[in-house]
Design a protein around this ligand. Structure first.
Ligand code: 26W
Length: 849
């Protein structure tokens, strides 16, 4: 067969097998006859890459020739997942390749399964960046991503038999990565430390010299659009020492000293920080942020200069989106370049800067808002601190002008927060340095305007502040993860998926089908097969047998107090206790339920284990303490695992209720879980989840939503109709008052919520073992209860009961499911990225011929 394939080049499939075999023999230097699945994956990937490269080169060439305005998406995280399947689908080559590899004796499914996830992100923010890249390319928009090429992605999560989260490094680059192109010719020097001396020559210029210089080397990742030639670029930087090692130390016999600086340079891009929603003010993290923004800006500037336009026209050719505050140093860095290197007056430089940047806020939780200690900045980036102080001075002068004598306001709005140490408030810097500021769902954008940036709205005017509701790419989150549903939709709509995948509102044409019984049957059968696919996955990976006749109830997301996985597990215990008290007769009416959890908790000590970063002689800031305390989220995992152990074995209940914590949640696991869900939970305390994006993914796949009136849940309900979602809990305006009550007029939990008190007491009594372990977690609910579990528990239980009841009427349930999918058009990331392109960046689609 192999020889035959080499000869036959007439058909597309044959040319695929030919290129495959060619890569086996040349790129991999292996023999075709004893190739394993991993080798087959690599050969297939290299062959697909050849296709991408042609388009990628053509795209780059045309962008250079036409020099349109371009947008750059700066994100410290890109949670890409796997690439091969996505590339095949976007290129429209999946069937051909499947046939090709089959001819050679391989199965496409096995080959796809060999790929490791590119997991360079924590969760929502990183996956959003990945969806936006897919949409930019699919909409033919000239958008590049800039990020870091971490050697280790998000840690691998293992769960010990006792239910502890263990963290192992994720060396995702250990196998060759066929999807990146090292660009050793694209490199920039980045400086740290040293000293900054103002010239005091009547200009604002200064000279920054000395310190440490490291090299940023580019690695390019091709981003194919769906059914278009456009193939954009994601440029990831790797840090390298400027010189291999210090020859003087080496000659003096100090071998460790000789490689020390090179080690510290390499450490910068060694590992992704595994916490979202908590900022710790660590030096290495700040180094990452500057290294990445400096290299990206140098690259963007070089490209702009090639056009040959005056620097004042920079914002006519460049828009830069700041994905949260992580790249905010780009603001003082561009000021530094314009002033110190381009010799621009301050006002001109500030004009350019504030017309170039756009800032997206992704959270209003106080512990997530970045603040950098002034002494740390002064030590690491002395020139940038000067510039930040200058920006602040001029800014506060203009505030004083508008609100004379309002000293409180000046203190509130200052970029510098007083304290020990003083800290720079990065969200404020991002806000005043940007042309537009946006939140990621309607409610969240309103909260940004009325809480953390209220003063700035009053000062700068409301029109600077907007909303772009998040979106998800239907390519990965429907066509790729749920091929059967995708095929059914194409048949029903009587259009090729190439059409509706890019015009997602066409899903509305499914609506009349809710009344078509045969269609409903087919719809339900696909959900059932997706449940079986998940069960099969769990069986083969974990050896557990799952009841696929049950309702599948899923909560998968990072573990966080505010996301309230604890509420879910306490609800499960409540269900268990209720079942235990039922007669056999009563039990007959109960629909079986399987509850799935997955998600990673921020680890306690992790970075220290992976890199030995030089530490600073600074006083430990107070919030460092938080880093050392064991997180409640770890106890939640432990509770889930131990409750599962008891419940899944209880002969009284196990047919009606079982529960699984699936370890090592990832994009690839989500692709199996989401299409299998009947109901998914998005149950954050109102006002805390900025948007959520998995809620959109579940609904797009016909799963119903159980959630609070928070984030994008609200807009999903607006689209699908409130009768098709299960809402519960207090609303955002009530939260502040409730918290006040908890602090100043606490009501004993026994009185306030007896059902919850009973559940807590059972856990305390040791029903699930390890009683002492859970006591701190339970006490956070009994006292303080910052996330209002005791306020929402009763309505949560009521909502769960409504889900049960609705599920009993399968006809109506399937109708809800169809309606939900049909109304998800708004949540395509194509819509979101077009809003950014039109309302903010002012860029246009470029047809690549
Ligand atoms: C400095 C530590 C840190 C790291 C990451 C703080 C905050 C972050 C992110 C901004 C957290 C994050 O991922 N936020 C999520 O962003 C998603 C995309 O907009 C939203 O859908 C989620 O609701 C929001 O929690």
């Amino acid at each position: 067969v192999w020889k035959e394939c080499m000869r036959d080049v007439d058909t597309e499939v044959s040319s695929i097998t030919k290129s495959f075999v060619n890569h086996v023999q040349t790129s991999l230097a292996r023999q075709p006859y004893n190739l394993d699945n991993l080798g087959a994956y690599q050969a297939a990937a290299l062959s697909v890459r050849d296709n991408l490269l042609v388009n990628w080169n053509e795209t780059a060439l045309q962008y250079t020739r036409k020099a349109p305005k371009r947008a750059y998406y700066l994100s410290l995280e890109f949670l890409m997942g796997r690439t091969l399947d996505n590339a095949l689908l976007n290129l429209g080559l999946k069937d051909q390749y499947s046939q090709g590899v089959k001819k050679l004796g391989f199965s496409m499914e096995d080959i796809l399964d060999q790929e490791r996830d590119a997991a360079l992100g924590n969760g929502g923010l990183g996956r959003l960046a990945a969806c936006y890249l897919d949409s930019s390319a699919s909409q033919e928009l000239p958008v590049w991503g800039y990020g870091l090429r971490y050697k280790y992605g998000i840690f691998q999560q293992l769960i010990s038999p006792a239910g502890e989260q263990l963290e192992a490094p994720d060396p995702w680059l250990d196998n060759q990565n066929p999807w990146e192109l090292p660009r050793l010719d694209v490199a920039y020097e980045v400086r740290f430390y040293g000293h900054a001396d103002r010239l005091n020559d009547g200009t604002p210029r200064a000279v920054w010299a000395g310190g440490q210089e490291v090299l940023a080397v580019a690695y390019d990742v091709m981003i194919p659009g769906c059914y278009t030639k456009t193939t954009n670029n994601l440029r990831l930087w790797e840090s390298k020492p400027k010189r291999g090692f210090d020859l003087n130390s080496f000659n003096a016999g100090n071998y460790e000293g000789a490689v020390e600086s090179s080690n510290s340079a390499a450490a910068i891009t060694s590992v992704l920080y595994p916490n979202d929603h908590t900022s710790f003010g660590k030096e290495l993290r700040l180094k990452q942020q500057y290294f990445w923004t400096a290299a990206s800006l140098a690259d963007i500037l070089r490209r702009f200069k090639n056009i040959g336009k005056p620097i004042t026209e920079f914002p006519d050719y460049v828009a830069i989106q700041l994905n949260d505050t992580h790249p905010t140093l780009a603001i003082p860095e561009l000021m530094r370049i314009l002033i110190d290197e381009e010799d621009q007056p301050w006002a001109t430089a500030w004009q350019i800067v504030t017309n170039t940047f756009f800032y997206t806020n992704h959270t209003v939780l106080p512990e997530a808002l970045e603040k950098w200690p002034v002494p740390l900045l002064e030590h690491l980036l002395p020139r940038h601190l000067q510039i930040i102080y200058d920006i602040n001075l001029l800014f506060l002068q203009s505030v004083e002008k508008k609100f004379p004598g309002d000293r409180d306001r000046l203190a509130r709005m200052s970029l510098i927060e007083e304290g020990f140490p003083k800290q720079v408030r990065m969200a404020y810097l991002a806000c005043i340095g940007s042309r537009k500021v946006n939140g990621v769902a309607e409610l969240h954008s309103d909260l940004v305007k009325t809480t953390i940036l209220k003063d700035f709205v009053e000062f700068e005017g409301i029109s600077k502040f907007g909303n772009v509701t998040n979106g998800i790419t239907p390519r990965r989150w429907l066509d790729q993860c749920n091929p059967e549903l995708s095929a059914l939709i194409s048949t029903t709509l009587k259009v090729d998926k190439a059409v509706w995948l890019k015009e997602l509102t066409r899903l509305e044409e499914l609506l009349p089908k809710t009344e078509d019984e045969a269609f409903r049957k087919e719809w339900a059968a696909i959900k059932q097969r997706n449940k079986e696919r998940l069960a099969h996955h769990v069986q083969t990976t974990l050896g557990l047998t799952i009841n696929t006749k049950a309702m599948f109830d899923v909560q998968i997301k990072r573990l966080h107090e505010y996301k309230r996985q604890t509420l879910n597990i306490l609800g499960v215990i409540h269900r268990y206790l209720t079942l235990k008290n039922m007669t056999a007769e009563e039990k007959k009416k109960v629909n079986p339920r399987v509850v799935f959890f997955a998600g990673k908790a921020a680890p306690a000590y992790y970075i220290a284990k992976l890199v030995s970063a030089p530490s600073l002689p600074l006083p430990l800031p107070l919030y460092f303490i938080a880093w050392l305390t064991p997180f409640g989220t770890h106890q939640t995992i432990r509770l889930i695992v131990n409750v599962a152990r008891i419940i899944n074995e209880d002969p009284d209940t196990k047919d009606l209720l079982s529960l699984y914590f699936l370890p090592d949640y990832s994009v690839s696991l989500a692709e199996v879980l989401i299409p299998a869900s009947d109901i998914s939970q998005h149950i954050s305390t109102a006002g805390t989840e900025a948007s959520g994006t998995s809620n959109m993914k579940f609904c797009l796949n016909g799963g119903l939503l159980l959630g609070t009136v928070d984030g994008a849940n609200i807009e999903i309900a607006e689209e699908v109709g409130e009768s098709n979602v299960f809402f519960f809990g207090h609303l955002t305006p009530a939260v502040e008052d409730l918290r006040y009550q908890h602090t100043y007029h606490p009501i004993p939990i026994e009185e306030k919520c007896p059902a919850l008190a009973n559940v807590l007491n059972q856990v305390s009594a040791g029903l699930f073992g390890d009683a002492d372990v859970y006591e701190p977690l339970l006490n956070t609910i009994r006292q303080g209860d910052h996330y209002l579990l005791s306020d929402d528990f009763d309505s949560y239980i009521a909502a769960l009961a409504m889900v049960d009841e609705a599920y009993l009427d399968q006809t109506e349930w399937v109708k809800k499911s169809i309606r939900t999918t049909a109304k998800m058009g708004k949540f395509s990331s194509d819509r979101a990225i077009n809003e950014y392109a039109e309302s903010y960046w002012n860029i246009e689609a470029q047809r690549i011929a």
